[in-house]
Every structure is written in structure tokens, then in C-alpha cells.
Design a protein around this ligand. Structure first.
Ligand SMILES: Cc1cc2nc3c(=O)[nH]c(=O)nc-3n(C[C@H](O)[C@H](O)[C@H](O)COP(=O)(O)OP(=O)(O)OC[C@H]3O[C@@H](n4cnc5c(N)ncnc54)[C@H](O)[C@@H]3O)c2cc1C
Ligand code: FES
Length: 423
């Protein structure tokens, strides 16, 4: 009994002291709130400084740990990401056990595959689909490519089906270092819109994961356009990130929702991702836009953004196939004008004549037994860059980024007069 009285006495004294100090219970509440906020901010700055420090170390380490040519990687984990099992992630670890360089979110890896019954190595690019802040592995997520509709006579996609059907945990792959000009500007503080259509999800997901892990305070919108829940990949992951961060928003659009698809969880809108939707959800057009998706989606969104007054410098995009957004004018004219030009491949000792049916210098060389390494075949990846010894080329479609002076991307170029290449 006595101790209860003592406790009550202490409580009264404590309350009196608090009152004397803070003036009122409300002021005390406000003080507690500001202490809590201070602690939260401290935690935020602790995490942020850790990430900035990691990025700075990463930058230095990129130069230190990068490699030339191919490096062996082991498939550490293989994981199906979509209900229809058409998208599979491969977690890769370096076979030599040494550190791997960080990459820019949005970049890709180039693989050299030795596939049975194929005379030549098959070279393909796949975007890194997770954040570079995970320093112990690289991840790519690959969609199985079937034959084109109504073409039962042609084989399904070589590399994608090889990954799905023949590569298992423990297998070893030859991989070129991360590359690519389509990546998130991490030093910008501006709000950002990421758009992934179908398997074009992968580079924008890497950007999204990075912004989330880095506890970025930027306003971020992730628009994912896909057919329905059978095709959709990693939506649980996207929703979980959205739940944890007030500034990261996820909008999932299905083009063909079925009865099993749950509106409000599986997807938000049954429509294509479009600028019309942005106008309904975003406060303005003042965002940095990053887009990767199928050609019709890319063309539609980039031209709608232009009409909406978004400066070209704020729109970044990458195509997985032949470039469809920026077309160089009069490509067929350029090809026709080149007929009869001599293309000398100096290292191979061959001189070839450009003909009416040649599609690119790469194809002309390949048809004549000269293999120039290539990845995308579409002016995106830079794998086919070749030094020009003399002469000029004209581009049949606009390269994603201009190659260095004195070199050209042979996969999308034709000779502009007689040409000598170091190939
Ligand atoms: C920078 C970049 C990043 C990329 N990132 C990703 C990614 O993250 N995930 C991903 O899944 N993909 C990605 N890709 C696409 C990937 O590189 C491949 O292009 C894709 O996997 C298809 O390659 P494949 O070897 O499977 O198909 P291919 O063998 O190249 O075949 C392509 C299509 O042609 C058809 N075909 C075959 N022979 C003929 C014929 N004789 N006549 C007509 N048609 C024929 C095939 O059936 C198939 O439909 C990326 C591409 C680039 C350039
Ligand atoms: S092969 Fe990719 S740019 Fe030419």
C-alpha cells in the first residue's frame, strides 16, 4: 500500500516537472512527436549515407572489377516468375569467386552461347533485372520466345528456349561485362516514371529496385503493362515495395484481364499504359521517363509524350529488338545508293560488293563467311562496333547511342561509297 502511494507521489512529481518544463500536455506530445521524427530522420540519413557510400565504393570498384571479353558465370538459382512459366530468372555468380563490378540500373549483359547443332556461337543481350546494390549476384529474367504466329515451319527462339530448357543450376555461361546507355540517372532528384511493357519490365525493374533499396525520396511511378495475371511477373514483389514506401507507386495495367484476375491487387486498370493514364494519375508532365516495351507501345508512348510537351531530353527508352522509335529517314534509299560499293574487310582479306538485297554490313560479312561478333542486331548494344580504316557508312536506323569517332555499328549500317573496315 505504501509503495502504491509512493508511486503515485513520484508520478505527480514527474507530471509537475513535465508541466513545468513543457507548459502543457499538448506541448509534451509535440515534443515526443518531434523526438520520434528526429529518430526516424536519423535512421533515414543513416541508410541514405550507407547507400551513398556504397555507390561511391561501387563506382570505384566498377573499374577495378570489370573484365574484357567473356567471363565464366555459374547459374546459382533458376526461378519461374510468371504463372504460365514463360518468364524465368537466372541468378548468376562469378565462377572465379572474385567480386563482380556494380552496374548502372538499366544495363544489360551479353551472353555467348554454344548451342548444340548451331554452327556459330549465339550471342544475345539480357537486361539485368535486379539492383546493382546486391553485390553478390547478377540476375537476368528471360521470356521464352515462340515462333511467330502462323509460322509453325520456323524454330522457336534459340537463346531464350535454350536458357529455359537446357540451363540449370550449376551450369556455366560465358558473359561479357555489363553495358548499355539506357540507365537511371541516379544523381538526379527529379520525379521519375518507369514504364515496363511485357518483358520490357526487366531494366525498369532494376531501376525501381535500386530506388527502393537506396531509400530514394524521389517521387517514383512504376507502370507495368502486361496481358493478364498469367503473363505478369513479380507483381507481389512490386506491391510489397509499394507498401513499404510512401513515395513509390505501382500501377499495373492488363490489356486482357480474365475472370480470375483480381482488380485492385493483381492489376489496377484494364487498359494500355498511355499518356492518357498519366494525365489522370500524375500531377504534371514534369518527370523523367524511362520506357522499355514492345515496339507498338514504345512508339505510341514516345509520340504521346512529345504531344504532351515532355522535352526529348526527359524521355529515355530502349528496344529489345530492331529500333522502332527513332528511324533514320530514307533507309531504303541509302541502301539502294550504296549498290556497287566495295566493302573491304581488311583483317579477313576479303573485298565484297554491296548488293541490292544486303540488309546491313554485318549480314553481308556473315553471308560471305566473316563473323563479326554481334548481340542485338539492332544498334542498341554496341557489340558489333568495328573500326573504319577508310570511307564512311550511313545508318539504316538511328543507333541508340553514337559510336566513337572512326568506328561504326555494322549491324545497322550500309557503306556510303567504298569502305575499308578492320574486320
Ligand atoms: C539490350 C537488350 C536487352 C534485352 N533484355 C531482355 C530481357 O531482359 N529479357 C528477355 O527475355 N529478352 C531480352 N532481350 C531480347 C533477347 O536479347 C533476345 O532477342 C530474345 O530472347 C530472342 O532471342 P532468341 O534467341 O530466343 O530468339 P531468336 O532465335 O533470335 O528468334 C527470334 C524469333 O525469330 C523466329 N525465327 C527463327 N527463325 C526464323 C525464320 N527462319 N524466319 C522467321 N522467323 C524465324 C523465332 O521463332 C523467334 O520468334 C533483350 C534484347 C536487347 C537488345
Ligand atoms: S549488334 Fe548490337 S549494336 Fe550491333
Amino acid at each position: 500500500m505504501q509503495s502504491m502511494l509512493e508511486l503515485a507521489g513520484y508520478a505527480t512529481v514527474a507530471a509537475a516537472l513535465l508541466y513545468a518544463f513543457f507548459g502543457s500536455a499538448r506541448a509534451y506530445g509535440e515534443w515526443r512527436q518531434s523526438v520520434r521524427q528526429g529518430l526516424e530522420e536519423q535512421e533515414f540519413f543513416r541508410k541514405r549515407s550507407k547507400t551513398i557510400l556504397q555507390a561511391a565504393i561501387g563506382h570505384r570498384e566498377r573499374e577495378h572489377h570489370t573484365w574484357n571479353g567473356d567471363r565464366k558465370f555459374t547459374v546459382d538459382k533458376k526461378f519461374h516468375e510468371s504463372a504460365n512459366k514463360d518468364i524465368c530468372s537466372f541468378y548468376l555468380k562469378p565462377h572465379d569467386g572474385k567480386p563482380i563490378p556494380p552496374f548502372e540500373p538499366g544495363q544489360f549483359l551479353t551472353f555467348r552461347l554454344r548451342i548444340k547443332d548451331q554452327q556459330k556461337d549465339v550471342i544475345r543481350c539480357y537486361s539485368l533485372s535486379d539492383s546493382p546494390l546486391h553485390r553478390e549476384y547478377y540476375r537476368v529474367s528471360i521470356k521464352r520466345v515462340p515462333p511467330p504466329r502462323d509460322r509453325d515451319d520456323v524454330p522457336p527462339g534459340l537463346s531464350s528456349n535454350y536458357f529455359h530448357d537446357h540451363l540449370n543450376e550449376g551450369d556455366i555461361l560465358d558473359v561479357a561485362a555489363p553495358n548499355g546507355k539506357f540507365y537511371l540517372k541516379q544523381d538526379s532528384m527529379r520525379p521519375v516514371v518507369l514504364i515496363g511493357g511485357g518483358i520490357g519490365l526487366t531494366p525498369t525493374l532494376s531501376m525501381f529496385n535500386t530506388l527502393a533499396l537506396a531509400e530514394s525520396k524521389r517521387e517514383v511511378w512504376f507502370f507495368y503493362g502486361v496481358i493478364n495475371s498469367q503473363d505478369a511477373a513479380m507483381t507481389d514483389h512490386l506491391r510489397a515495395i509499394e507498401k513499404e514506401h510512401d513515395n513509390l507507386h505501382v500501377v499495373i495495367c492488363y490489356s486482357n484481364a480474365t475472370e480470375e484476375c483480381r482488380k485492385g491487387y493483381d492489376y489496377d486498370y484494364e487498359e494500355h499504359v498511355s499518356v492518357d493514364l498519366f494525365k489522370r494519375l500524375l500531377e504534371s508532365n514534369n518527370y523523367e521517363f524511362y520506357i522499355c516495351g514492345p515496339p507498338p507501345m514504345m512508339s505510341a508512348i514516345t509520340s504521346q509524350l512529345e504531344d504532351w510537351g515532355v522535352p526529348e531530353s526527359d524521355v529515355h527508352f530502349e528496344a529489345f529488338g530492331p529500333a522502332t522509335v527513332k528511324k533514320a529517314p530514307a533507309a531504303s534509299e541509302e541502301k539502294a545508293q550504296a549498290v556497287g560499293a566495295k566493302v573491304t574487310l581488311a583483317s579477313s582479306g576479303k573485298t565484297l560488293e554491296w548488293t541490292d538485297d544486303a540488309d546491313s554490313i554485318l549480314q553481308l560479312a556473315s553471308d560471305n563467311g566473316v563473323d563479326i561478333p554481334f548481340g542485338c542486331g539492332a544498334g542498341n548494344c554496341g557489340t558489333c562496333v568495328t573500326a573504319i580504316k577508310s570511307g564512311k557508312v550511313s545508318y539504316l536506323s538511328e543507333p541508340a547511342s553514337t559510336p566513337e569517332e572512326g568506328t561504326c555499328l555494322v549491324c545497322i549500317s550500309a557503306p556510303d561509297g567504298d569502305l575499308v573496315l578492320d574486320a
